[in-house]
Design a protein around this ligand. Structure first.
Ligand code: ZN
Length: 377
């Protein structure tokens, strides 16, 4: 997997970036691939060549925007022990603090402030999960609540999110009142950065729990976040869909690197259904109560158990392929497909209500199949 890390380089490259822009514009005009043609601009040929490759070959590019200095692998020296990168063509030394286990440093792109370092990190083989953890993401309270239905254990992670959001909301309100708009942008960026750090920590924690328990991770399929009734309201005063999506991406890539499989479940009613009997219960704030079986739980914990126990929409990594199949002939959401997939879930809910095999609060996934078989034959 390729990951990109940002390092502040603390150097003024405006001169080099100006030369690079001239070369790129020259390349757009002439489509030359020879570095001799651009020698007079005075940029090191190893960097100039990268610009020529990009701008001369692609005839669709008309304007030069967001240009960076690209240094290919052969122009980078890495000292893993000292955690040091040296770029001879720019006489630039960078200290890196990111993970040391990369196979290869692919390239470095340099802009006014940062060096964007792209590395290839080997992925661990995918584990055979013994259980699935349900992860409920939330706009209020904890960012993520994780449940392991095999042990009944619940983890509530990322409590600070709401606090951070409220704090910055208040700061933003004050700045807006004072009409300091430039400062407003700065504050927004700072908040994004804080949330990003938090999402990194939360996703790391979730993947670590999965590793410890030899478990896969189940998430709600929230691609259509905008249409999802569960969250629309809370977005108004809580975290936004951007940060949900970011958390999902972080969990996905960290899980992939550590060989933890991820599946997605239909999000409908995950917060309303009772995780013990499958009936619709009453949710008030963060508390959940089921009138059918009397089950009482923290609402997010109940939701995360529901997620953990749901049938995956599509199994594992092959999801893109299956999604494409489901959409064949239609660009709309495969509504019929979803409805069809939900049917076994209802069956499952009724099975859960009646199961006597395990005496615990929640009936284990492994018991489910046996029970269905027992009932049918
Ligand atoms: Zn119930």
């Amino acid at each position: 997997m390729i990951l990109t890390f940002k390092i502040k380089h603390n150097r003024d490259f405006s001169n080099e970036l100006k030369k690079a822009k001239q070369i790129a514009e020259f390349a757009v005009r002439t489509h030359t691939l020879s570095s001799k043609d651009v020698k007079h601009f005075g940029l090191k040929s190893i960097i100039a060549n990268q610009i020529l490759k990009k701008y001369s070959r692609n005839r669709k590019i008309k304007n030069v925007k967001n240009l960076k200095l690209t240094i290919p692998n052969q122009g980078i020296l890495v000292n893993k022990e000292k955690q040091e990168i040296y770029i001879p063509s720019l006489k630039l030394t960078l200290q890196f603090s990111f993970r040391n286990d990369f196979e290869k440093m692919n390239q470095i792109e340099i802009d006014e402030q940062y060096a964007h370092v792209s590395v290839t990190i080997p992925e661990k083989p995918v584990i055979e999960p013994q259980t699935w953890l349900g992860v409920d993401r939330n706009a209020t309270g904890h960012i993520a609540v994780v449940a392991n239905p095999q042990t009944g254990k619940v983890w509530k992670i990322g409590k600070q999110a709401e606090h951070i959001h409220m704090k910055y909301k208040e700061i933003r309100r004050k700045i807006q009142k004072a009409k300091k708009f430039r400062l407003l942008n700065k504050i927004k960026n700072r908040e994004n950065k804080v949330i990003r750090d938090l999402n990194h920590k939360v996703s790391r924690k979730i993947v670590d729990i999965a590793i410890q328990h030899n478990a896969g991770i189940k998430l709600e399929k929230l691609d259509g976040i905008r249409n999802n009734r569960k969250h629309t309201k809370s977005f108004n005063y809580g975290l936004n869909s951007w940060s949900f999506y970011q958390l999902q991406k972080f969990i996905e890539y960290k899980a992939k690197l550590d060989g933890i499989p991820i599946t997605y479940v239909e999000p409908r009613n995950t917060s309303k259904e009772c995780s013990r009997c499958g009936d619709i219960g009453i949710r008030e704030g963060k508390s959940f109560k089921c009138l059918t079986c009397g089950h009482v739980d923290h609402a997010d914990a109940n939701a995360s158990f529901n997620i953990a126990l749901r049938q995956p929409l599509v199994e594992g990594i092959g999801q893109l392929h299956a999604d494409r199949d489901a959409c064949k002939g239609s660009t709309d959401t495969p509504e019929g497909q979803l409805r069809e997939r939900r049917r076994p879930q209802n069956l499952r809910a009724s099975a859960r209500r009646a199961c006597q095999r395990c005496n615990s609060r929640i009936i284990y996934i492994s018991h489910f199949d046996q029970y269905i078989a027992g009932r049918l034959f």
